[in-house]
Design a protein around this ligand. Structure first.
Ligand code: PHE
Length: 338
């Protein structure tokens, strides 16, 4: 009996269908009342009782496999012939499954949402830029390594056209146009000439923040970032500011948040330090304010910038950057959000 089951299974697996007549033939041969599976169930009645359990199991799974195959053949046929090929307009339409938002979009929207709650508005700037907005206006010395071709994609040198390497370029554009108070965030794509690996990519996304007004202080920056960290990673999140350097901020810092995976106790994600670096920040350098036409004697400001993929990696524990760019549907379907 087991041999007969296996034999029919092989026949089912080998059966191919390209017309609805052949599909009907499949149904008649295997699934109809007089079909092969029914006759096996008939023969099953005379199987000895000690073998019934084992053979019954095989027989049932054969039946399920045959039904699955029939359904999928039917589905494939309807895909080939299309939902509108039928003359019967009352038939249900083809079911389209709805997509999911990309994890980078989910995190970008969450960041925008958190900052909008404390009065920041979203604006954007161009991805194709010039030297002034990406470097010179941001106080980068003429020989700064970030201007090197190794880091920056230059499209043309004269006139200078390049792909922005950070969203800080939008700071300059906004300060040139707008009078303080300025309280904006700038999400967008940035480009760096990096070899693609799990940890680096030539395209990624950043969100920049800028606040310029009378009497803006480092304490305001710290409080804003603490609010952000708690909203993003949970109420118990702690922050740590480490001194750092950026040409366009003085003083500059890097922000670490307590590791949300081990709650600061130390694990391999935070490399047993209990903290994870998430962004760069600082007080806008007076040279940058003056270069964009804002009087640095009257106004002060803070700025910060973070990588969206970096936040997504920490939130979702997906440690290979390349996955965010491959648009593999199996990856994207794991992220659902309203
Ligand atoms: N532009 C910096 C970077 O790309 C981040 C940054 C933004 C730092 C604003 C300080 C202030 O790394």
């Amino acid at each position: 009996m087991l041999d007969a089951i296996n034999h029919i299974r092989d026949e089912i697996n080998a059966f191919e269908v390209s017309t609805s007549e052949q599909l009907e033939k499949f149904r008649l041969i295997f699934l109809s009342k007089k079909g092969k599976i029914s006759s096996l169930f008939e023969a099953f009645k005379s199987v000895s009782s000690e073998n019934k359990k084992e053979i019954g199991r095989h027989l049932n799974s054969l039946k399920i496999e045959a039904i699955d195959k029939y359904e999928s053949l039917k589905m494939n046929l309807s895909l080939i012939s299309g939902p509108f090929s039928s003359d019967d307009l009352t038939k249900p339409s083809f079911p389209f499954s709805s997509g999911t938002r990309h994890p980078v979009s989910i995190i970008r929207r969450e960041i925008n949402d958190i900052f909008s709650r404390i009065g920041f508005t979203v604006s954007e700037g161009p991805e194709i830029e010039d030297d002034w907005h990406v470097f010179t206006g941001l106080n980068f010395p003429f020989n700064h390594p970030a201007r090197d071709m190794q880091d920056t994609f230059f499209i043309s040198l004269n006139p200078d056209v390049l792909l922005r390497t950070h969203t800080s370029s939008v700071q300059v554009r906004v300060m040139e146009k707008q009078k303080p108070p300025i309280r904006n965030i700038f999400p967008g794509r940035v480009f760096r000439n990096e070899a693609i690996s799990a940890r680096a990519h030539c395209i990624f996304h950043q969100v920049e923040g800028l606040y310029v007004d009378h009497n803006v202080s480092f304490a305001d920056l710290k409080q804003t970032l603490l609010f952000f960290a708690k909203e993003m990673f949970g109420e118990s999140t702690q922050i740590r500011l480490r001194p750092s350097f950026f040409p366009f901020t003085e003083p500059s810092a890097e922000l670490d948040v307590s590791c949300s995976i081990c709650k600061g106790k130390g694990c391999n994600v935070c490399k047993y330090t209990g903290f994870l670096e998430i962004l760069g920040c600082g007080m806008v350098d007076p040279n940058v304010l003056d270069a964009s036409g804002i009087d640095s004697n009257e106004y002060t400001g803070f700025a910060f910038g973070m990588g969206i993929e970096r936040i997504a990696m920490l939130k979702y524990q997906v440690n290979d950057l390349r996955l965010y760019f491959e648009n593999d549907i199996r990856f994207l379907h794991q992220f659902t959000n309203s």
